[in-house]
Ligand binder design. Structure first.
Ligand code: CMP
Length: 142
């Protein structure tokens, strides 16, 4: 079943000029980009997005990091998009991410881990609506 997931190319990857490499990996893995925007999150936008983590010790630092520079927000489509994206991203902590995964190959720390991907269907719905409210997703007939 075709599914949508939400992803962010994070400020560390943008700064390291890894956005092209990450987009290329996503395309090669069969994802279609159906919405995309380059933006710089405000601290308040980052706080709202990561609301579920508000009690975690890393919350403040995470929101500062996520608003520290431009990022790319996007909606990706494929069969089982949510699970597949998490597979190719690799574990949250790059030290534990398998070689060949985006985080395993490109990320530098558990916080600066290059890419975000929704972890469940409800989260994907929330995250897509949060950054692309009311958007009509483009579907190509390929
Ligand atoms: P992400 O998949 O976007 O979801 C929450 C983010 O919080 C995570 O990627 C990391 O960027 C960050 N994060 C998760 N765990 C930690 C941690 N233990 N220390 C610092 N940052 C973390």
């Amino acid at each position: 079943m075709k599914e949508h997931t939400f992803s962010i190319i994070k400020p560390d990857a943008m700064k390291a000029r890894q956005a092209g490499e990450i987009l290329s990996r996503l395309e090669k893995a069969g994802f279609e980009v159906v919405a995309l925007r380059l933006r710089r999150l405000t601290p308040a936008e980052a706080e709202g997005f990561y609301y579920v983590h508000r009690e975690r010790p890393f919350f403040r630092s995470l929101c500062d990091f996520m608003s520290s520079g431009p990022c790319i927000t996007m909606v990706l489509e494929s069969e089982n998009a949510i699970a597949r994206l998490r597979e190719i991203m690799g574990a949250t902590d790059p030290a534990k991410a398998a070689p060949g995964t985006i985080r395993g190959d490109l990320a530098s720390s558990i916080e600066a881990n290059c890419i975000h991907g929704s972890d469940a269907p409800e989260t994907a719905r929330f995250e897509i609506a949060y950054f692309f409210p009311g958007i009509e997703l483009v579907r190509s007939e390929r």
